[in-house]
Design a protein around this ligand. Sequence first.
Ligand SMILES: C[S@@+](CC[C@H](N)C(=O)[O-])C[C@H]1O[C@@H](n2cnc3c(N)ncnc32)[C@H](O)[C@@H]1O
Length: 231
Amino acid sequence: MTSEQREPAVRAAYDIVADTYADEFPSTGPETPIELAMIAHFASLLPAPRRVLDAGCGAGRMLPVLAGLGCEVEGVDLSPGMIRRAQRDHGEFRSQVASLSDLPFSAAEFDGVFSWYSTIHSPDGALPQIFSELRRVLRSDGLVLVGFQTGRGIVDVAPAYRPRGHEVALVRYPRAADEMGEKLAAAGFREVGRLVEAANGAARGGQAVLIATVKSRGVVSFLLLPVVGDG
Ligand SMILES: C[S@@+](CC[C@H](N)C(=O)[O-])C[C@H]1O[C@@H](n2cnc3c(N)ncnc32)[C@H](O)[C@@H]1O
């Protein structure tokens, strides 16, 4: 299935739940302290001027968080409903409707790309195009951060929204951190840090955050000289 075939369903689902999502998650209530620390770490590693794309910004709740960490941030999201709320609630930041698989930016425009639970609705086959697009818009010393649920299989998201009065057709794809790391590596990223959190009983599933750079490891050459003794 191509992104043109798959994305309309994700867009339609988030358009339906946009106001509920924005009202229930106005800020960083769902994030653990160590996840917030990873986000702060990511921001601290970014080369100046720390121009960051919140790729899949949803209703924009992480835009002020990144700005508070010294980033010049703007957002994109597939769902016009989510972007409408981002523009209403966080109008001081630029945000627009766009797909991660076809970003409306020139190459090397950003120092950082922040993908917070925005690849979770994309199957494995869609990730190479998405990661190559995220890489394209990053400078040669830029960094990507990817946050996602760990696990296996396909999870139906519809039951979570039914008690809130929404009927949506939406699934997500949990992955092992190693699998996501391999996908990033295949797209030319080099991992520089990761957080893996185990599930907390039924309350919260496993989560992971990976940070990776575009930059290849520096090549260090050693000149080996023979040591000539005089005895
Ligand atoms: C779980 S929400 C997370 C939103 C936001 N990052 C947050 O933490 O509140 C997932 C978001 O990713 C967006 N999304 C999913 N697939 C996308 C794609 N291919 N391109 C752009 N946005 C996408 C959805 O529209 C949705 O707003």
